[in-house]
Design a protein around this ligand. Structure first.
Ligand code: 5GP
Length: 116
């Protein structure tokens, strides 16, 4: 992971690169993953460039609640009435490739366990 807080997601927030944005409010934005791993694959991110779940503090409690509730609503809007998987890849071992915290919403097919 890069140490900078400036990522491709910052550019999406600022509309400097295109993305298929499905939701936005003052704190968060949600857009379709460019390499979908399921029929529905949407990323929910805070506009604030927090790098990772590791960097979350108790001061981020309201923001994290907001992200979870946003993910819930985005999943409903995407028609995921039969369930979905919510994933936060964290750090190198977690498979995180973009250093801006993000929630993956994956759905539209049966998920398997354990993940790879
Ligand atoms: P991570 O591996 O960090 O958990 O997830 C990063 C995700 O961001 C990946 O699923 C990847 O496909 C997605 N991604 C990377 N760059 C872009 C981009 O420019 N646009 C969009 N929409 N998704 C991206």
């Amino acid at each position: 992971m890069s140490e900078t807080t400036e990522t491709i997601f910052s550019k999406i927030i600022r509309r400097e690169i295109p993305a298929d944005i499905v939701y936005e409010d003052e704190l968060a934005i949600a857009f379709k993953d460019v390499h979908p791993q399921a029929p529905v694959h949407i990323l929910v991110i805070p506009k604030q460039p927090i790098k990772s779940l590791v960097d979350i503090t108790s001061g981020d409690r309201d923001l994290m609640s907001h992200l979870l509730l946003t993910a819930q609503q985005v999943a409903i809007n995407a028609g995921l009435n039969n369930g979905y998987r919510l994933v936060i890849n964290t750090g190198n071992d977690g498979g995180q490739t973009v250093s801006h915290i993000h929630l993956h919403i994956l759905g539209g097919r049966q998920m398997t366990w354990p993940p790879g």
